[in-house]
Design a binder for this molecule. Structure first.
Ligand code: KG4
Ligand code: ZN
Length: 443
């Protein structure tokens, strides 16, 4: 099947996603395009809120409960004339991610692929984030430079082709990921005291979907058209919809970590507080708090290095929050710290982008930066407007077009998993379909 219809499943962290993407080459240029016909995404935001991050074991239980809801949604609202019988392949995120969460998605995918008698495609989560950009911009061509910034990763990647060896990691983080830094700073300024808790969700509010200062070239063209979209459900709503899965009970009866804000004790992974921090920062004065820009300071051994570092900046923020006379319970204070942090972090990202683009000019890419097909920004943090604006500015300087998936496709979702598989199936030899089970190699 050259233009497959793929059902994708995503459970790598704390979002349960099940989506269907139908592909075609109807457009003039013959590029593969995707149409989202069904899209279910259950967030666990409120489940983990009191823990200060995602608790893997609770996340796994929630996936177990939410997957049947997602699969039922795909079944009853597939958006396909023949229902799930029209699905050509089942795709599932195989990693990287939380192993105990991935397992549930994988088990569901194997079962469904067997039932539908279609191939199973293992998808690399990072590759899915990257390829999400091509759903909105099917004409995007290789090679392209990618800023991938999520809760688990922050890296610059040169994408040369689909498949093994197609992605080269140019630089990565020496310590925290950008998403982690956003989440930790959000906790330090008590973002929940100043913003509605669910401001952490990149809601499907159309006014937000357009956010991004010119970085949205073609965004939304493929995504969402005609789809049966299940709005991002909160855990409570998901539980109510399914009846049988009240996870609030699990929280109270499990022998998990203590309830209440927990410190960074290694038990939790990045949460979903970045969007809330962005909203708080919008009200703050970024000049109010002097903060260092990572890897710029005098003489450090990493100075000017092609790498990211956010731990030092985060520590500087925590020191400010704990210093005498600073009260982050005051909204103005918290907002100023948030704005100052965001500006330093984004300036660092700009520095690194320019370094990578200059390296392309210096020979890393034949023909220099201007011959790149695109500069792509993706991963959860790509939902951030300042990040998108910084990427757009760097790209303009080097004469490279920018592509950023719409915010809903930046944060974890199953559409990107289905779409990544569709792209891979489309570009592979028909024989490969018989055993369509492979992963990308980020090296
Ligand atoms: O890609 P993603 O959904 O999950 C991973 O694969 O890790 O990324 C989640 C990360 C979280 O750290 C979250 O706080 C951050 O992305 N994030 C944001 C924004 N939206 C999500 N960070 C800053 N600004 C945002 N608007
Ligand atoms: Zn992700």
């Amino acid at each position: 099947v050259r233009c497959p219809t793929v059902l994708g499943i995503e459970t790598s962290c704390d979002d349960t996603g099940v989506a269907i993407v139908r592909s075609s080459t109807a457009s003039a240029g013959g590029f593969l395009e995707g149409e989202v016909t069904s899209d279910f995404l259950a967030s666990q935001f409120d489940l983990h809120a009191t823990y200060g991050g995602v608790v893997p074991r609770l996340a796994a239980r929630a996936h177990e409960a939410n997957l049947p809801l997602g699969l039922r949604h795909a079944e009853t609202s597939s958006g396909l004339a023949g229902g799930l019988a029209d699905v050509d392949a089942v795709a599932v995120t195989a990693g990287p991610g939380l192993a105990i969460c991935l397992r549930h998605g994988f088990a569901a995918a194997v079962q469904l692929a067997e039932r539908l008698r279609v191939p199973l495609v293992k998808v690399n989560h990072l590759e899915a984030h990257v390829l999400a950009a091509t759903l909105a911009a099917p004409e995007m061509r290789f090679p392209f430079l990618v800023l991938l910034a999520s809760g688990g990763h922050t890296m610059l990647v040169l994408a040369k082709s689909l498949g093994l060896g197609g992605f080269t990691v140019l630089s990565t983080t020496l310590d925290d990921s950008l998403g982690e830094a956003f989440d930790k700073v959000a906790r330090a300024v008590r973002v929940g005291d100043h913003c509605a808790a669910d401001a952490g969700l990149n809601a499907d509010d159309p006014s937000r979907a357009g956010a991004g200062a010119g970085a949205d070239s073609g965004a939304g063209a493929g995504a969402g058209s005609g789809a049966t979209v299940a709005r991002t459900l909160t855990m409570a709503e998901a539980a109510a919809a399914g009846g049988e899965c009240d996870l609030r009970g699990v929280v109270e009866t499990s022998k998990g970590p203590p309830v209440g804000p927990s410190r960074d004790d290694g038990e939790t992974v990045a949460g979903h507080l970045g969007a809330a921090l962005e909203r708080l920062a919008a009200d703050g004065d970024a000049d109010a708090v002097p903060l260092p820009v990572p890897l710029r300071g005098g003489g450090g051994k990493h100075r000017g290095r092609a790498a990211f570092s956010f731990a030092g900046l985060k520590s500087a923020v925590v020191r400010v929050c704990e210093s005498p006379g600073v009260d982050v319970r005051e909204r103005e204070v918290a907002a100023a710290i948030a704005a100052s942090f965001q500006r330093s972090a984004v300036t660092h990202v700009s520095d690194q982008l320019r370094l990578a683009l200059a390296a392309c000019d210096a020979g890393a890419v034949e023909g220099g930066a201007a011959s790149l097909g695109a500069l792509v920004v993706c991963g959860g943090v790509a939902a951030n407007s300042s990040v998108r604006a910084a990427v757009a500015a760097a790209a303009a300087e080097f004469g490279v077009p920018v592509f950023a998936p719409p915010p809903r496709l930046c944060t974890d979702n199953a559409v990107m998993v289905a779409w990544a598989a569709a792209r891979k199936l489309h570009s592979s030899e028909p024989a490969a379909l018989a055993d369509a089970c492979w992963e990308a190699d980020f090296s």
